[in-house]
Design a protein around this ligand. Structure first.
Ligand SMILES: Nc1nc2c(ncn2[C@@H]2O[C@H](COP(=O)(O)OP(=O)(O)OP(=O)(O)O)[C@@H](O)[C@H]2O)c(=O)[nH]1
Length: 388
């Protein structure tokens, strides 16, 4: 599937570049073009794989290239004002060769959180290709304002994309590691999961063609029109005798082993850590992609895995196929779409409601609160005089 990536804000730009890097290194062929949008000049300058003509600074006259400071209303405002500059960066993209757009953003800050829904809305207005979102939720430790931003952006973004694929930083934190140092690892994880999914069916030079290829229309039908998705992934190392230096025999893998290996990898992908943890019984549609060397992609294994996902989710719409690659692993990526039972989203909404209430209370105290703070004398007594 050929995508145009639009990375918005710092996280959006970094994750977009991680996907571009994955695409190049795996010859996946799913990134047709990539554009970065930001209010912070320094973040745009820090990008490594994006040509200058594909880096768009918005809000320059108001924010002087310094970012929004986690104000997502401001992010949305400047994106609306400068939307022409964003779409102009796509003017020379051959959109007729593209299957979809993917707008990528961290939802906890100001720029990505506010501008991504505005950009998605405009892309949908201009193009007939589907526009998907990749939204990254903040970790709990980042604080209430990030949760409030994420909850507000989430509900807006979902409304302006054909599907919102979600990745929760909180679920991906590792013990002893701060979120910040973990970003590189998390970004690679996002790129690998989405890379396996979106590159299925893209036949790059020298890559073998699968037996039951997953094509772009199957991904589009699984994502559907509207709703939220999550992605699971697992990989199992394989022994490839033909690769041993002094091996003379070409030993084909045992079929029974291949079937079981695929089934256990798919179970690990679906029951392990999802990009956004959710109840599998609330999944509407699913898509399974099994990748690995052709000799290890046993059809029966993929078919049994597909039926297992049907049983696990209760969904009748489970698609599946293979994606042959030269690798020392058999990997499974599972896209669960139309999920509705997601505890983390409920939690974010709760934190957001409480934060909004507290902020309103503080605002309501207004000038009297400040007067109380500055007043140092008791009633009837004089206070300290201001300087001027
Ligand atoms: N996975 C991942 N998440 C990130 C990364 N950087 C930031 N985040 C998350 O994204 C959220 C938004 O942060 P930024 O992308 O820096 O913010 P921004 O969109 O540039 O907006 P402002 O800087 O506030 O104008 C944060 O709250 C983090 O949760 C990253 O490299 N990877």
């Amino acid at each position: 599937m050929k995508l145009v990536l639009v990375g918005v804000g710092q996280a959006g730009g970094k994750v977009m570049e991680a996907m571009v890097a994955y695409d190049r290194q795996s010859t996946g062929g799913f990134v047709h073009d990539a554009v970065a949008v930001n209010t912070a000049r320094a973040d745009l300058l820090g990008l490594e794989h994006t040509p200058l003509a594909r880096r768009v600074l918005i809000g320059g006259s108001r924010l002087k290239g310094h970012g929004t400071g986690a104000d997502n209303e401001l992010g949305a405002d400047v994106a609306s004002e400068d939307i022409g500059e964003v779409t102009a960066a796509l003017d020379d993209v051959a959109v007729h060769d593209v299957d979809a757009f993917l707008v990528v953003a961290g939802l906890g800050g100001g720029t990505g959180s506010g501008a991504a829904p505005v950009i998605a809305r405009e892309l949908r207005r201009l193009y007939s290709e589907p526009v998907y979102g990749l939204g990254i939720l903040p970790g709990r430790a980042e604080g209430s304002i990030y949760s409030l931003n994420a909850a507000r952006s989430f509900m807006t973004f979902v409304d302006h994309v054909d599907n919102l694929v979600v990745f929760d930083n909180e679920a991906w934190r590792e013990g002893g590691e701060s979120l910040r140092t973990g970003y590189g690892r998390i970004n690679e994880e996002i790129a690998r999961r989405l890379g396996v999914l979106f590159s299925a069916g893209e036949v790059a030079d020298g890559r073998p063609v699968g037996e039951s290829v997953v094509d772009a229309s199957e991904i589009i039908n699984t994502l559907g029109s509207g709703g939220v998705s999550t992605v699971g992934y697992a990989a199992t190392p394989i022994d490839r005798p033909e690769r041993r230096l002094f091996s003379r025999q070409r030993v084909a893998p045992d079929v029974g082993d291949s079937t079981n290996r695929i089934l256990s990898t798919v179970r690990k992908a679906a029951l392990g850590r999802l990009s956004l943890p959710c109840e599998l019984s609330s999944v509407e549609r699913a898509l399974l992609v099994v990748s690995g060397p052709p000799a290890f992609l046993d059809r029966k294994g993929i078919e049994r895995s597909r039926r297992w996902i049907e049983a696990e989710t209760g969904s009748m719409e489970v698609r599946g196929g293979d994606a042959p690659v030269d690798s020392d692993y058999v990997a499974a990526a599972v896209l669960f779409s139309g999920v509705t039972d997601v505890p983390r989203v409920k939690e974010l909404q709760q934190i957001a409601i409480e934060t909004q209430r507290t902020m309103r209370d503080i605002e309501a105290e207004g000038p009297e609160g400040l007067q109380d703070l500055l007043w140092s004398g008791d009633d009837g007594e004089d206070g300290i005089d201001p300087l001027f």
